[in-house]
Design a binder for this molecule. Structure first.
Ligand code: SAH
Length: 508
């Protein structure tokens, strides 16, 4: 009998990451990235996409190494081959589309030679999407009938081997990638070849990010205007009548948060609603969780409490995660939900309330202010009244984070009520140091708990925290942020909607 050994077979996915905006990354690219063992990426891949790389994946930055020199192409090809041959799922992540001036073809040659399997996942190219984010359609029936994408980068910078007369003849929109350094020769080349000196032209910098900028001019003045504006890379140059449409069609920066880059620090499983709301309003969102929540395993105290759940009168939840763990454990122990009959439910705020009500249990108490202390006080009030009415001592269960603040239970303690403070999950600070996430391009950092603030401080170690504009979900969170000198903005209600409202109202 032959033994069947399962050999883990490596493979390479050549993936286009799009121009930068994480929302422009393809669904297929994202799903492959989420399963990667190794990710080899370039300088132009947007931060929002880098933030999607799984924590445990090996990350190889070939865009820049310590001396600021990119890794030579031959070396990149070799890395891809070796990682795949070692049995890994390798994602080669490239800015824009991998086959448009992305050397994607070169990277496949060695893989092909060695019989390594690969897939190609195209990306949205900057050549078309960056103009779109400035309101420039690359074609328009009134102005042109073709579009041409040209590299402005040549091995011999002084003498670009661009055939200007042919380009002028085509009368289409011209898009130059990697052309910032050779802009003077491009404009001159076009004019010398007979292009109308008043032909509209644009330089579009850092397109699809919150920092995107454009200079709209004509080929005669573009170089001077770009110099005045101190245009930096990455930028594309567009030449053609369509450039004049930006004046009417610009849109990206006009969205309520269109020029804001916001860091969201809460754990991934809980950040999606906040991220989606901010993105809807046009913000560039960087999801970098600074804490993680881990279920406490072998939690005998929880099992005991659940088996004896009939002894309790009230249960108070302080997070949707606590609700989830509670009901999951209940099912695992084969305790029927009907044994909760008569038990009253309290929730710290609307999200927790929603999590309970989705199970089909209507919540009996939510404090007016969504905060620990308010919950503790409101609950004490109700329980004392219940005790009076029933004439028996009431038992309260508080399943929550292991290192939560005492704010919730303090009022219960002061009122001498019977409660069990039951840890069901652990919050650990988990700053991801692989990338430099925080820098001066971040406009606001959103904090939803004091622990996210502490995690952030570790993540951004060495940063000038007095420059951080912290949008905080409640006063307690803001107090923590102030300890480090951050400028704080506090949401009036401890809810996502209120936090978003608070961010929209920040007046700088
Ligand atoms: N494969 C990429 C292009 C790689 S060449 C694509 O399909 O987009 C690199 C050039 O792309 C840069 O020099 C710049 O001209 C352009 N570029 C890439 N991302 C850009 C962005 N976000 N804003 C402006 N230009 C960008």
């Amino acid at each position: 009998m032959t033994e069947c050994k399962s050999v883990k077979k490596g493979k390479v996915w050549l993936v286009g990451a799009g121009p930068s905006d994480a929302g422009l990354f393809t669904l297929k690219g994202k799903s492959v990235l989420e399963q990667a063992d190794v990710v080899v990426f370039d300088q132009l891949v947007g931060q929002g996409i880098l933030a999607m790389i799984p924590r445990q994946a090996k990350k190889i930055n070939v865009g820049k190494i310590s001396g600021n020199h990119p890794v030579p192409q031959g070396e990149i090809n070799r890395i891809l081959l070796e990682e795949a041959q070692a049995g890994n799922r390798v994602v080669r992540l490239k800015g824009g589309d991998p086959f448009l001036f992305g050397r994607g073809g070169e990277e496949l040659e060695l893989l092909c030679e060695h019989g390594v399997s690969f897939e190609i996942i195209p990306g949205i190219t900057s050549a078309i999407s960056v103009p779109a984010y400035h309101g420039i359609p690359v074609t328009h029936r009134d102005f042109c009938s073709s579009v041409h994408i040209i590299t402005g980068h040549t091995r011999n910078a002084a003498q670009a081997d661009i055939d200007y007369p042919s380009l002028v003849e085509l009368k289409g929109t011209l898009i130059f990638l990697m052309g910032v350094a050779s802009m003077p020769s491009i404009c001159k080349g076009l004019m010398d070849a007979g292009m109308d000196p008043s032909m509209p032209a644009a330089v579009l910098e850092r397109g699809t990010t919150a920092r995107q900028r454009r200079v709209i001019s004509d080929i005669t003045h573009l170089v001077d205007e770009a110099e005045k504006a101190q245009v930096q890379t990455p930028a594309i140059i567009v030449v053609g009548k369509v450039c004049s449409l930006a004046e009417d069609f610009h849109w990206a920066e006009d969205r309520p948060l269109g020029t804001k880059k916001i860091m969201v620090t809460r754990p991934k499983e809980r950040s999606s609603a906040l991220t989606a709301r901010l993105q809807e309003l046009g913000a560039e969102v960087l999801e970098v969780p600074t804490i993680e929540t881990d279920v406490i395993l072998d939690n005998t105290a929880l099992s005991e409490a659940l088996k004896n759940i009939k002894n309790y009168h009230w249960i108070a939840f302080t997070s949707p995660f606590g609700v989830k763990i509670f009901f999951e454990r209940l099912r695992e122990l084969r305790v029927d939900i009907r044994s909760l009959t008569g038990l009253k439910f309290a929730a710290i705020g609307s999200a927790t309330q929603k999590a309970i009500e989705e199970i089909g249990i209507l919540v009996d108490l939510v404090p007016e202010i969504y905060e620990g202390r308010a919950l503790g006080e409101a609950l004490s009030h109700r329980v004392l009244a219940d005790e009076q009415a029933a004439g028996v001592k009431q038992q309260i269960l508080v399943p929550r984070a292991k290192i939560g603040t005492d704010e919730v239970v303090r009022p219960l303690k002061e009122a001498k009520l019977n409660y069990l403070d039951l840890p069901v999950y652990d919050t650990v600070e988990a700053p991801d140091h692989e990338f430099r996430w925080y820098d001066e391009t971040v406009d606001y950092v959103a904090f939803t708990s004091a622990s996210t603030v502490r995690g952030f401080v570790k993540l951004a170690e060495g940063a000038d925290f007095s420059k951080v504009q912290a949008a905080c979900i409640g006063e307690q969170t803001a107090q923590e942020a102030r300890k480090y000198g951050m400028k704080t903005y506090v949401a009036p209600q401890a809810s996502i909607d209120s936090l978003v409202e608070c961010i929209l109202n920040i007046q700088e």
